[in-house]
Ligand binder design. Sequence first.
Ligand code: AMP
Length: 254
Amino acid sequence: MSTTRSHPHKPADRAVWLKGPTSSCNLEGPGPRRPWHVVLLGPPGVGKGTQADLIVQTIGACHLSTGDIFRAAIAAGLDKASPAMRQALVEMQRGALVPDELVVEIVRERIGCMACQQGFLLDGFPRTAAQAQALEGILDKASVKLDAAIAFLADDSEIVSRISGRRVCRACKATFNLEMSPPRTAGVCDKCGGELYQRDDDKPEVVRNRLATYHATANPVLEFYRQKGLLHEIRVGRTPQETFELTHKVLLAV
Ligand code: AMP
């Protein structure tokens, strides 16, 4: 039997993470066997989101992506965003990083997600050494110990072809890849029937900016976790499932 189906979990709706601490999450179902506290690292488009989905289905934990917070703010309407958030979204839409202070503040506001019994898979944060340090402080405050930082590795050329084929569901945010994991019906989400679209920041010129930004800031973050003995590097396989077999082994061993 496939490992992805042996312990099916219903993901939480992540309302607190996506909309902020005044919201409350709908936590149905049994919850994970234990709360895993994991950071997922790697270049944009390497498949962190897909691995996170597979982990959530298999062992539970909440998938907390900082990019999803910004996309949720766009979906909610720029008129509702604070001036700082609007500035962040301008940076995001041109493929640049959002300033550290703002991203850290947004994560700090969501400290409840760090302490939650569901555990977490942080995706897209930390992206700089300053963010990694700030996260350590937030986790200390939440009395949570990080179990692992898993870094997914792939060449830039692989990434560009992955990202240009990526499609995301407008409704449930499930991700597909036109080559590696295509939807059963073109343009339609297998999971909820929602419309699939290509993110603006997945367009080739923006992807090139995002990769350049990643290379400029990633090494200190990898080094930060290597020195703490928390770093696990995984070269991505031909399929998401192949990569997941390796990811799952790491998670069961930490
Ligand atoms: P992602 O979905 O993780 O690729 O994030 C999409 C975009 O959101 C990035 O290209 C950045 O502009 C912004 N973003 C997300 N997370 C961070 C972060 N930790 N630090 C700075 N910018 C971020």
